[in-house]
Write a protein of this length. Sequence first.
Length: 57
Amino acid sequence: MGGTYWSDGLSSGTKTKEYLDKLDEALEVCPDGVSTRDEKVFRFLRERNIPLVMLTS
């Protein structure tokens, strides 16, 4: 089974807080960034016929 992989640039043994801080620095949390992320996720799921369930509050 194939998967999607990416490098986070962190070495093994990185502490959780350090890892999360690096992710926060790399994320673009704005309406356009969230929309782009969602489109990529939807496309990935659709190409692989993976069901999607969305819950809103």
